[in-house]
Design a protein around this ligand. Structure first.
Ligand code: 5GP
Length: 118
């Protein structure tokens, strides 16, 4: 079995977090090291390590992540200004925690999408 990460323990409330939302498919909590005024992580409750491990059975949870992102953006008052959703995958994507997570970032201009190579 692929090893769980700290996020599974947060989902099961065995570890503390600032929980913003939870239902039968997904959980959302504040990032421990926020990079913008709003920085929330939205994760599937089922342990899916990376986007590269996604199957059709995960489609409901992955879709729910977007609708929950929209709800939290409204709750946080960042919907009108806009925000960025990021999902890192694997080594080149610089994914640090091997449990799929969507970053919701906003509250001010989040800056360019990538550092330019030229
Ligand atoms: P990644 O680089 O994998 O896309 O992002 C991992 C994110 O998880 C980072 O933004 C990091 O600050 C956050 N993170 C790591 N450990 C914890 C934790 O124990 N609690 C919370 N709330 N966030 C965490």
């Amino acid at each position: 079995m692929i090893e769980e990460t700290i996020f599974s323990k947060i989902i099961r409330k065995e570890l503390p977090s600032t929980l913003l939302y939870q239902d039968e498919l997904v959980t959302a909590f504040r990032d421990i090291n926020p990079q913008r005024p709003t920085h929330v992580l939205i994760v599937p409750n089922r342990h899916i390590p990376t986007v590269d491990d996604v199957t059709v059975e995960d489609e409901a949870a992955l879709g729910r992540m977007f609708s929950v992102a929209r709800k939290i953006a409204r709750d946080e008052g960042i919907d009108e200004g806009g925000y960025r959703l990021i999902i890192n995958c694997g080594e080149h994507g610089r994914q640090e925690v091997a449990h799929i997570h969507m970053h919701l970032l906003g509250g001010k201009d989040v800056g360019p999408m990538l550092s330019r190579e030229s």
